[in-house]
Ligand binder design. Structure first.
Ligand SMILES: Cc1cc2nc3c(=O)[nH]c(=O)nc-3n(C[C@H](O)[C@H](O)[C@H](O)COP(=O)(O)O)c2cc1C
Length: 325
């Protein structure tokens, strides 16, 4: 399949694996790129720029095809060494960066001067237009159903994607709730040039996370996610567990008085315990509503091949057969 996104990034299939904290390691990103999609290493999971350089090298041993690195700008306790991470990306020869969180304006010129294409992930058309105006090459439009940070406007993809298509000039991919060929074909119909998946890629053989996490997603229903940190305007969609219930009780009790310190036990430094050690109640972790549609654990290649084959059948046979002559 050829779309503006496959052309822009030099990839075979219009499928991107979004940056994911403690999931987007070399093994997953390498497998996605090797299967013809775009795999993305999550920079901030690597504690130092040197460690990011090592991870990029490790990924290069898995694939020679294009890979990307995610740079997330979110409120965090200690400000990361962004300059160092950007240098590691440039020195590592990575030609695609996914930015997310705050406005990436400070870093776009440096990235572009080094021949790096920037895809910015955001949750509103307003932010997408802003990112387009500062020169990003593409956007990843993350609907309200997404795992992670859906923003504060709560616009689901059935509205967000056609609206983005009406207003944007640069190509964009649909993100949030994407799972299979149906998601891809629907995204293309709504004006996107591909799709970005997070939660779905967690449940693949190559995702280097604990099996408890994968099993929790397989067991989950579409009604099992919760929104946390809404009062802090840092909303995150997570899979419900004991830590989430505790955090929500604190939000209810403290109301608008709540601060980050009040919930540090549930949110701070919990990812390694959950993703690597499989301690499922150790804290809150991002997960999309799409968990309700995930029932198996294929290899990345099986997943991507299945999506592309089913998309072709859907477009050529099912949809066109509905047309009367
Ligand atoms: C466990 C997990 C961790 C994530 N961490 C990040 C992150 O560090 N930076 C980022 O930009 N997005 C992050 N995301 C969001 C994904 O890149 C992607 O936008 C989102 O998962 C899409 O929604 P979906 O899960 O419904 O596919 C994360 C998502 C998950 C599920």
């Amino acid at each position: 399949m050829r779309t503006k996104i496959t052309e822009l990034f030099g990839i075979e299939h219009p499928i991107i694996q979004g940056g994911m904290h403690y999931v987007g390691f070399a093994e997953l990103a390498g497998a996605v790129s090797e299967a013809g999609g775009l795999g993305i290493i999550t920079a901030l999971t690597q504690k130092t720029p040197q460690k990011l350089s090592d991870e990029i090298k490790k990924c290069r041993q898995i694939t020679q095809k294009p890979i990307g690195v995610n740079l997330t700008f979110l409120p965090v306790v200690e400000k990361p060494d962004y300059q160092g991470y950007v240098q590691a990306i440039i020195d590592g020869g990575v030609k695609i960066v996914e930015t997310a969180g705050n406005n990436p304006a400070k870093w776009v010129p440096l990235l572009k001067d080094n021949g790096i294409k920037v895809i910015h992930k955001c949750t509103t058309v307003r932010h997408a237009l802003k990112a387009q105006s500062i020169g990003v090459d593409a956007l990843s439009i993350d609907g309200f159903e997404c795992g992670g940070h859906p923003g504060e406007d709560d616009i689901p993809n059935m509205i967000l994607l056609p609206k983005a298509a009406e207003e944007l000039e640069v190509p964009f991919v649909a993100s949030g709730g994407m799972n299979d060929a149906r998601s891809l074909v629907a995204s293309l119909a709504m004006g996107a040039d591909g799709m970005n998946m997070g939660t779905r890629f967690m449940v693949t053989r190559e995702a280097p996370i604990h099996n408890n996490v994968k099993q929790a997603i397989i067991n989950a229903n579409e009604t099992d996610t919760r929104l946390v940190m809404r009062p802090l305007r840092n909303t995150e969609r997570v899979l419900n567990n004991k830590a989430v219930e505790k955090l929500l009780e604190k939000e209810k009790a403290l109301g608008s008085e709540i601060s980050f310190n009040d919930i540090a036990d549930e949110v701070s430094g919990v990812y390694p315990k959950i993703m690597l050690e499989g301690m499922m109640d150790a804290g809150v972790w991002s997960c999309g509503m799409v968990a309700g549609l995930i029932h198996d654990q294929p290899t990345v290649k099986e997943l991507i091949d299945r999506i592309m084959l089913d998309a072709e059948i859907l477009i050529r046979k099912k949809l066109s057969s509905m047309l009367s002559n």
